[in-house]
Design a protein. Sequence first.
Length: 382
Amino acid sequence: MNNFKNLSIAIVTHVYATGPSFKLEEYLRNKVENLVFIGHPFSFAKDTRSFIRVYRKGDLVIEKKFIKMKRSEFLFYAKDFLLTIYWCLKYSKNTQYFFGVNNFNSFSGYILKKFGKVQDVIFYTIDYVPNRFDSKIMNYIYHWLDRFVISKSLKVWNLSSQMADEREKRGVNTKFRSKQIVVPIGTEINAPPMEFNKIDKNKIVFMGHLREGQGVEMLVSSMKDVIRKIPEAHLLIIGGGPLENKIRLKINKLRLEKSIKLSGFVEKFSEVRYLLKNAAVAVAPYVDDEKTYTRYTDPGKPKDYLSCGLPVIITKVPQFAFVIDEKRCGIAISYDQNELSEAIIKLSSNKNLLKEYRTNAFELAKKYTWEKIFNKAFQNTL
């Protein structure tokens, strides 16, 4: 990392809670001469203020926030673009590498490069989906912009190999395949997992945003069958979202109030980890349909589970599900209620198998630390 010492780098991203952009900020902060981090909250966020953090040799020297806005989504994106240009011109002088997290922010980097303020753009693709918008016009613009910034970027960081495959189906030239590299989601390991004799062997956990596509409703329904076989089994659903009230009603309808609890939104991830660490089994039952982002990306939830030493029951939607199954860190299933309940029962009722899978889960997590992920990515980029 000595060749990083004199670099100036900018990261521009849209933000919601945490994510890879923040991990890249943490990774680079003490490694480069100058670092600028610009975050633009989505229009639906509670706090819509865009913000900038500027670091010099690891020290935070500037931190500013823009005003709150309640406008149309189009005006939000216009504000984000103009603010990125303004802040980078003012605070990010002589930037060697501009990380644009999504094609829109990478386009801002391209404009700054045309101004001579950025040397190279690196397009960091966090999510990609063939049908991003219901509108055909918006979808056309999305894919045109994606193709354009790929052609103009030094490198493209993809969370999964699926992204490059799908892009080529939609017109991205195969000659750009070589500049696209896989930079998967990493793990954050703060401590070893809880000792096996201390965990609650009947506790099942789900963590995530309670919205369509996450499979929470199927998980709730499956608990009826699980409890018939294992009466002491109980599920903790960690997170909030638009489906929260609907899920509570479903729990009441199935008369599972004593066996299923909802935490609601948990702001600090340290508190989420505390709720996860004593569980026996974790579940990621992604819905299997063409609209899901998860098929084309590398979701963070399974890696968070593994970093706590939790075996993962996961639907065969993301590519990483097959790695989990192969490494005996969990069970990959179809999107099917019976398969889900059977997998939970299989792991929860067999202590030897559960212990083996917990050990394997943590070993796999250690191979995916953010430090290792970014070290390899930069070796293949610069």
